[in-house]
Design a protein around this ligand. Sequence first.
Ligand code: GLG
Length: 838
Amino acid sequence: MQSNSVTLMGQVCSEDTRTGVLVETLKRSFLNNLFYVQGKFPGIATQNDYYMALAYMVRDRLLHRWIGTAATYTKQQTRTVAYLSAEFLMGPQLGNNLINLGIYDQVNQAMSELGFNLEDLLEQEEEPGLGNGGLGRLAACYLDSMATLGLASIGYGIRYEFGIFDQDIRDGWQVERTDKWLRYGNPWEVERPEWSVEVKLGGHTEHYVDQTGRGRVNWIPYEVVQGIPFDTPILGYRTNTANTLRLWTAQASESFDFDAFNSGDYLGAVYEKMASENVSKVLYPNDDVSQGKRLRLTQQIFFVSCSLQDMFRIMKAQEIPLHQFADKFAIQLNDTHPAIAVAELMRLLIDEHSMDWDEAWGITQRTLSYTNHTLLPEALERWPIDLFGNLLPRHLEIIYEINHRFLDEVRIKFPDDEDRISRLSLIDESGERYVRMAHLACVGSHAINGVAELHTQLLKQDVLRDFAEMYPHKFSNKTNGVTPRRFIALSNPPLTQLITDKIGDRWLTQLEDLRQLEPYAEDLEFQHQWQSIKRATKASLAAYIYKQNGISVNPDSMFGIQAKRIHEYKRQHLNVLYIITLYNRLKANPDLDITPRTFLFGGKAAPGYFMAKLMIKLINSVGEVVNRDPEVRDRLKVVFLKDYNVKLAQRVYPAADLSEQISTAGKEASGTGNMKFALNGALTIGTLDGANIEIREEVGAENFFLFGLTAQEVYDLRGQGYCPRDYYDSNPELKLALDRINSGFFSHGDTDLFKPLTDSLIYHDPFFLLADYQSYIEAQERVSQLYQDQSAWTRMAILNVARMGKFSSDRSIQDYCDEIWHVDPVKIELSNNLEEFF
Ligand code: GLG
């Protein structure tokens, strides 16, 4: 048989015939779903009905792989990675599944033959915004890579009814609206009520000795919440593997409040039931800050306990003895949000499965590993002892016992060092007493990692220094990565095609192959194609901006984009200071020859973060003045794109010329947007922070716009007593920019509006904007200069893409496999014979 022909019903036929048959089958299956699942016909069907019919059609095609995968894992009792994360920022599923199934083009054809536009239907999907930003999106990229590499894995998390809020902008301010993402149903999930579990909360413990003389503990909870799993298939790219994302929904337990019902307090009992359901109601909208709220801790124990109990169920179903738990599962804790797993796994093994302490502790440590995602002190989770003991009395006892044994170990290694003991203790006793979750995670895990080289180094040097001295062997670095399937193949089809035409399509799973593009960097013909793709994606973003914001931007201007959560450490306001500086120059000299620029921002601020919200207002206020000033003559435009989410991100990355990665050195653990921009051919202006450092190493210093203090210099300057006011006084352009804000120029004469922001900069400047200002301005000047030479710019952009291979999440996951999880890929053979399952 020739490679481009296949056997169909006993006949050898051409690829074309096969495609034709597939397209016909797809059309039929789409219509079947519209009629028999949605119960609609074209006369009354809505756009959403069509989306749903298409989604179900695709899901039908997934199920075969999903079932085949589960059957293989069950039969082979496969070692499995359990990725525990409070957030999974998955993004829309339909397009990605089409890409991974390899039927995007055929579905496109089928839809257009039926008179639909596939892109419109893709647009219809409401994305599950079950995460805040980088951490949740990383979890999603990792699921994609694990499935693509053929690794058995389950993602465990919470099925929040309300994900991250939708962001509106009114009068330049952020306004939050609830995200009712489940409103029209979710075609990708399957409810599994038969695998529900119960989670105990509150109450007290009773200690007693059983008949065998063994000390035992009985935990009598105040309430019990039920967790119901909802499964979503996670398809690998062009493989048979389809893993599972299992998210838990909280429901009132049926077994529990019979007392209340029986005592006649019917409404009271129903009310209590409703309260349990709040557990999975809403995602906490804070990125990199811990809030210390009881409901948050409840969410954590809820999903961790549900997930661990689910693993016990799987062990039992596969008849694997419990002492082999660490051989069956490798559990990765995505930050400290699931760190309670240390105590919960101990509790399940000891209290519920009668294992002795030492064996249980050995299993716990061998099973768990912990990823830290931040150095910011305000992000480190600590729980007041009272709150903790009140909600989790048994866990607190277990933590005390872990701590007792751990501190004895410390005393042996570091005799007579009481300071060290109090620094390392799982309990912070310096004032009000707290449980330190990062310490719990460090003690209970066999591996601890940071997410970029610098971050890991700073962890060892600073935040987790005592642990690094105690357990040096536990520490390693795992630099983040992103999936090229969603962030190039799906979001940038023309670039994907151009690359594939030159080097074949293996790069989508072997991203290092992009190196083969290097020789084309100088090729004028190739540069030209590259430029026209960039121009087209910019034009399409410009059309979107016009529709959303009513602002017309010039696709031939340079698009510089800063899209990420709004945070002082990420320094969106440094970018604004540059915009004002350029504006001031134009006002002083209207004929100044500058590179026309469009400054784009996107990102949400935590609803309680006043300064971040003020930064959004500042961006919009500056935009309002600059965009309308006739003297600017369209050479500067400032746009705030509202409601930045995965869907919008996929539009934004391909259209960027310049990627703004300008955090204060030593603050951004890694960043992953930096990778997505560079992979789509944007050049980076950035500090030596997080993964920027490694990106610069890979692409070459000459192809990266560096500025600013190093982490060490920031540290030293802070130590010497940093005085931002000196920079303000001595730099006329900086002074002018800040004074313009303060004068009320951007705020209809209101001189108070931005004062909190400018005062903070001039008198405190915790993130060293003023110290980095001049260096940033100079780097931006180099950017503008280079942009004038389109061929040189494009050459650099091509080299950037060609050298970004390291930043595939496939590489990150391979590192986790080799150095932490020790799991191997599993081949999934699909059979068409359903009988085989019996
Ligand atoms: C964190 C960090 C980011 C990091 C991400 C994924 O702030 O720098 O890239 O996790 O590791 N809270 C986050 O988003």
